[in-house]
Write a protein that binds this ligand. Structure first.
Ligand code: AMP
Ligand code: MN
Ligand code: MN
Ligand code: MN
Length: 282
């Protein structure tokens, strides 16, 4: 840690416990090598990588923030809520996440049926080969299988052609409500942060309602600098954070070497005039 430069904080990434490819301890090493000082692992709907990640992070001298990225459904679209500094032993949070994970197997089977109808054979087994945790089968695993089979040029192509919302392989599910996700995170002593708002396809009116709802439900922060935002969106969501009084978060959303646009810790700093979500943690 250099006293002159700002802390390098990365509060969003994925391990092989969800749809990343690196084991939690390997991810910790990579974060440390990239100069990260404060690090969180935020696997989708899953806490089981946090013990290993925390141990490795502390050995490497990083401050570790236990996290999770919760899948929710708001106005018929998937919205992700990152829970930061959560108590991994909290039963309310654990039960909530168990419920979300339970729906994933049936959904994956249905996705495979729809893909079969599109001429993509064996995608359930194929996706499962890519899943480090069979209890957390994700569209990302299907995408990796389809790229492997030469059916798609890359991950983005797989989502554009087959897996994205409304595409032939997409299966609509109701994950959890925004209110449930926020309440589980708060019950576990954490802070709820709206993940990558720039990725959602809402109208301006819906976006306003989403931010109002989230705030009213007890959500405290939004991601401003994330691997999922373009630079103009860093500025756009910095304005939203100031306008709504949200704490600001920074995270790579790193999933895999050669696949993710931004590596761990390799994002620009938060724009000025924001209160970082980690302000009282370090
Ligand atoms: P799921 O939770 O199974 O619906 O899968 C969602 C995951 O798919 C996200 O967490 C991303 O990692 C990945 N994903 C979604 N959209 C895209 C995209 N356009 N390109 C690449 N990965 C995507
Ligand atoms: Mn993901
Ligand atoms: Mn996400
Ligand atoms: Mn993510």
């Amino acid at each position: 840690m250099n006293s002159k430069s700002p802390l390098n904080v990365d509060l969003h990434c994925h391990s092989s416990v969800s749809d990343g490819v690196l084991a939690p301890a390997v991810l910790a090493e990579r974060a440390s090598r990239n100069g990260v000082d404060v690090w969180s692992l935020t696997d989708h709907d899953e806490l089981s990588g946090l013990a290993e990640a925390g141990r490795a992070a502390r050995e490497l001298g990083m401050v570790f923030i236990p996290g999770v990225e919760v899948s929710t459904t708001w106005a018929n679209q998937t919205v992700h809520v990152v829970g930061l500094n959560v108590d991994v032993n909290n039963a309310v949070l654990q039960d909530g996440l168990n419920g979300i994970r339970a729906g994933r197997i049936g959904r994956a089977r249905e996705m495979a049926c729809r893909l079969e109808a599109q001429g993509v054979a064996g995608s359930y087994e194929g996706a499962l080969r890519y899943a480090g945790n069979p209890g957390l089968l994700s569209r990302t695993h299907f995408a990796r299988f389809m790229v492997e089979q030469g059916l798609c040029k890359g991950m983005q192509d797989a989502f554009d052609k087959y897996l994205g919302d409304g595409k032939p392989g997409y299966v609509r599910v109701h994950w959890s409500s925004l209110g449930q996700a926020v309440s589980w995170i708060l019950a576990a002593g954490g802070r709820a942060v709206l993940a990558h708002p720039g990725r959602y396809m809402y109208t301006p009116t819906q976006f306003g309602a989403l931010f109002d709802d989230f705030k009213q439900l007890g959500g405290q922060g939004i991601e401003v600098v994330t691997g999922s935002h373009r630079p103009d969106q860093y500025r756009q969501y910095a304005d939203i954070a100031r306008q709504y009084g949200f704490l600001a978060s920074r995270g790579s959303d790193f999933h895999a070497p050669g696949e993710s646009r931004i590596d761990l810790g390799a994002m620009p700093a938060l724009p000025p005039g924001l209160t970082p979500v980690w302000h009282d943690w370090v």
